[in-house]
Design a protein around this ligand. Structure first.
Ligand SMILES: O=C(O)CCC(=O)C(=O)O
Length: 171
């Protein structure tokens, strides 16, 4: 699996970019699909609460080339904008254990919509996080949410009712 490959080569990858090593594995992946040039993800910082300290998140670009943007935290001053092709990797320091701000907290990133028509594109983002939810819980939660969206109540055991009794006239 791709995440295993990244973990196996983690130290070498980070060292090749002159980055300090990360002690923990990447253990979380999100796949995002942008159908065309209109699909976009706004400027944001990733939430730091659950990141392993001193870890990085890695974005691997897929499909059609798309602009990738970093701005200052106000979102007004662009620091970086480049059309990135499939296979490009972006590595961002997620959070620091010494209380100083990491790159993710100092700048925002995003994938803006494009003027030119583009085909489908996307990304896989690997993160190293503290809370890992087991797959069976993910499936159960997904099923419950789908039922809720469909307007159904989750299947419950039938409520216990007292047995019906007939009145018998007493003579
Ligand atoms: O799809 C991308 O290139 C970026 C994804 C992203 O910003 C995110 O998942 O936080």
């Amino acid at each position: 699996m791709l995440m295993e490959w990244f973990n196996r080569h983690r130290d070498a990858l980070l060292a090749s970019m002159g980055l300090a090593p990360q002690a923990t594995d990447w253990n979380h992946a999100i796949v995002t699909r942008y159908e065309d040039e209109n699909d976009n993800i706004g400027l944001h910082n990733d939430k730091t609460r659950d990141f392993e300290p001193d870890s990085y998140f890695v974005v691997v670009k897929l499909g059609a080339s798309r602009d990738f943007v970093f701005t200052d935290n106000s979102g007004e001053r662009e620091i970086f904008r480049e059309l990135l092709s499939a296979g490009t990797m972006i590595v961002v320091r997620a959070c620091n254990s010494d209380g100083s701000k990491a790159a993710n907290e100092l700048v925002k990133h995003g994938v803006p919509s494009m003027r030119e028509a583009t085909g489908p594109s996307g990304s896989i983002v690997f993160r190293s996080i503290k809370t890992v939810v087991p797959w069976n819980r993910v499936h159960e939660e997904t099923r419950k949410r789908a039922e809720k969206r469909a307007g159904k109540r989750p299947a419950k055991r039938p409520a216990k009712r007292p047995a019906k009794r007939k009145r018998v006239a007493q003579s």
